[in-house]
Design a protein around this ligand. Structure first.
Ligand code: PLZ
Length: 449
């Protein structure tokens, strides 16, 4: 191990440092063990085994230090081993580790719920309850909406991703790898078009209006608005390729929901917690969801997720109708309180905006020079490029470019219904010089001819 410190966190040297090829010999050895102990269904984006991480870097078992443009899929927004998180979790683990909040409660759970009620969009009366994962939050939001409306149908969108459980994989749009072979799926789930500007058949200008009209028409004709319990949508489609719905689309869908007594559920699992340059992405168009689901960035990597929404909806469910053994585990709640303090005190919403201001112009300049980039998009520190075969809109595989980045010590993730999106989700605490270095590596990796 060539790191100077024995812990991760922001004190790790903020540098890219390659001392072996990627992956190195120690990682390759560990990967062989993984392959015989873990089924292939659990994939690997970058087969380096991590020993430390913090700030904008990940250090591997061979002593390489890689630039992190992934944040563990939008989770470590405050950075890995963030000091306020570490301090609170260390104290909590020594005090008590679990009682089950439904058996004997503790203050940190309530404090997290109070904070979420305050921070999420809208100043109406709200309630929050805690679960373990994004999928569990979405699934519970649907349970609440069905209970409160007495209706069954759920409407979701093209390119949507909501999880891997039976209900949430049904809500998810993409077959391979999420749904293929795992049917039959949950009933009463209907899919309508998303306003995807880059690929809208008549072009981006009328996209919001046309997509909303088509979606609403399908709901009215094929389901009947009076049968719809909830509409579930990501304010920016994450796994689907960082698709920002054309401006005006979301407000139209919200308006339709309000007029028809449909619960509007914003899935902010990937977009939440300062990621997009707002605390929540819905704020960008002034959307106030009836229910909002959060996870990932909420607790700096400890498993926690939340369902926050209108008090009248959440209070509708009978006592004992919601919950789970581990939901709102005390370690995860302390971590969440540390995350929220960090976002506020270190002004990470502003920091996310700054990251967007550094990345977007650089990426647009690369696009000018390299027609493999069909589209540059995103907000704050949730940025993507959509790759195409130059001169066409035919998808160009992003995995090949990601691999070239990995070899040079830049962890970049892919996404997209067509597998042709490179997405960038750096920790919000990444120093500017690593952002710049990462972008330079990316530019080279994109030169495929
Ligand atoms: N909703 C919007 O982005 C998780 C999935 C990684 P869990 N996205 C990363 C993978 O391949 O499994 C996600 C999301 C949105 C829900 C979820 C599900 O969150 O915490 O993974 O259950």
């Amino acid at each position: 191990m060539s790191t100077a410190t024995t812990h991760g966190g922001p004190q790790l040297p903020q540098e890219r440092r390659l001392v072996t090829e990627i992956p190195g010999p120690r990682s390759r050895e560990l990967f062989a063990r993984k392959q015989s102990a873990v089924p292939p269904g659990i994939g690997t984006t970058l087969p380096v085994f991590v020993t430390h991480a913090g700030g904008g870097v990940i250090v591997d078992a061979d002593g390489n230090s890689l630039i992190d443009f992934g944040s563990g899929i939008a989770v470590t927004n405050v950075g890995n081993a963030a000091p306020r998180v570490v301090e609170r979790v260390q104290k909590q683990v020594a005090d008590f580790t679990h009682t089950c909040f439904m058996v004997a409660p503790y203050e940190s759970y309530v404090a997290v719920c109070e904070k979420l009620n305050e921070l999420t969009p809208g100043d109406h009366e709200k309630r929050t309850f805690l679960v373990n994962s994004g999928a569990e939050a979405v699934e519970n939001a649907v349970k609440v909406a069905r209970h409160a409306t007495g209706r069954q149908a759920v409407v979701v969108f093209d390119h949507g991703y909501h999880g891997r459980t039976l209900l949430t994989m049904t809500l998810t749009a993409k077959s391979m790898p999420y749904k293929h072979g795992f049917g039959p799926f949950a009933p009463e789930v209907y899919r309508v078009p998303l306003a995807y500007p880059f690929r809208w058949p008549t072009g981006p200008d009328n996209c919001a209006e046309e997509a909303a009209a088509q979606a609403i028409d399908m709901i009215n004709k094929q389901i009947g608005a009076e049968n719809v319990a909830a509409v579930v949508i990501e304010p920016i489609a994450g796994e689907g390729g960082f698709i920002e719905p054309a401006r005006g689309f979301l407000p139209k869908i919200v308006e339709f929901c309000r007029a028809n007594g449909i619960v509007f559920i914003a899935d902010e699992v990937q977009t939440g917690f300062a990621r997009t340059g707002h605390m929540f992405a819905c704020e960008d168009e002034g959307i106030v969801p009836d229910i909002i689901t959060t996870a990932k960035g909420i607790a700096g990597g400890l498993p926690l997720a939340a369902v926050t929404g209108r008090a009248d909806l959440l209070d509708h469910v009978h006592s004992g109708g919601l919950g789970g053994t581990y939901g709102g585990n005390p370690l995860a709640c302390e971590a969440a309180l540390g995350v929220l303090e960090t976002i506020e005190q270190d002004k990470l919403v502003d920091r996310a905006r700054h990251i967007g201001e550094v990345m977007l112009p650089r990426l647009r300049a690369i696009q000018e020079r390299n027609p493999i980039i069909g589209d540059v998009r995103g907000r704050g520190a949730m940025i993507a490029v959509e790759l195409v075969v130059p001169g066409t809109k035919e998808p160009y595989p992003a995995a090949e470019i990601a691999r070239r980045c990995h070899e040079q010590g830049l962890l970049a993730l892919t996404a997209g219904t067509y597998g042709n999106v490179l997405r960038f989700l750096p920790p919000l605490v990444i120093p500017d010089h690593l952002l710049e270095e990462g972008l330079a590596i990316l530019e080279k990796a994109l030169n495929v001819e």
